[in-house]
Design a protein around this ligand. Sequence first.
Ligand SMILES: NC(=O)c1ccc[n+]([C@@H]2O[C@H](COP(=O)([O-])OP(=O)(O)OC[C@H]3O[C@@H](n4cnc5c(N)ncnc54)[C@H](O)[C@@H]3O)[C@@H](O)[C@H]2O)c1
Length: 251
Amino acid sequence: MSIDGRTIIVTGGGRGIGRTICVQAAKRGARVVVADANIDGARATCELLRTESAPCAAVQVDVTSKDQTERMAEEAKNAFGRIDALVNNAAYYYGLKKTSFDSVDPDEWDRVMSVNVKGAWLCSKAVFRYMRAGGGGKIVNISSGTAFTGTVGFPHYVASKAAVLGLTRALSRELGEYGICVNAVAPGYTETSASLSINGPELSETMAQTRAIKRSEWPEDIAGAVLFLCSGDSDFITGQTIVVDGGIILH
Ligand SMILES: NC(=O)c1ccc[n+]([C@@H]2O[C@H](COP(=O)([O-])OP(=O)(O)OC[C@H]3O[C@@H](n4cnc5c(N)ncnc54)[C@H](O)[C@@H]3O)[C@@H](O)[C@H]2O)c1
């Protein structure tokens, strides 16, 4: 699996799963654009990558803004000359309060949908012309196992992650003729500061017992599938979802 020399944008690369994807991409020789609303987080990720002597650029972006996503793509092109892959990983997840479906704040509903769904669409739109000009590309959308299990407590988040799968399928049909593959990765419950902000530390052990592989899931478990979908080894795979959860959802 080679991503050596490829330019990969990772949104939400400033911490958690996104940061680990950036680090693993850099270890495999990619040029990484770390795009995050939190520029300090993005810069800190870049510092980590520089210890791998990896070419890296930190870009501040709110993925819900058309202008800012366009600027992100332009900065990536200016930094490295082309855009080979986009990982739509940024999400409104940290700090969501678990509640019944009829208690969700409508403004919070809109914000979750805006970041998690519209954000992925806007970023895909922003990189499209560069990928088309470059003869192809890869878009990897980070969904969630919650889209399959219907986890109770945050219906807006679950709905947004299911919408990401619909977006993946729709874009795969439309962008195939340009040599652009669009796929999704659906992680299971993964230990990050965001998941710990919503659930207590005990959930990780509970989830481990529901898996075929009975251990906690870490960001490192997810990066391999994402980077496979960014590589030439997946050139005939599009519109698909890889579930990375140690064997909870089996299909
Ligand atoms: N942690 C889990 O258990 C888990 C499970 C399944 C799927 N996921 C998905 O994996 C991805 C990463 O999860 P995580 O746990 O690392 O989350 P996280 O909250 O730690 O990281 C999300 C990153 O996105 C950035 N971000 C948020 N809003 C943004 C915006 N509007 N514009 C740009 N950047 C923005 C944040 O600054 C942060 O760096 C998310 O898509 C999440 O839904 C997580």
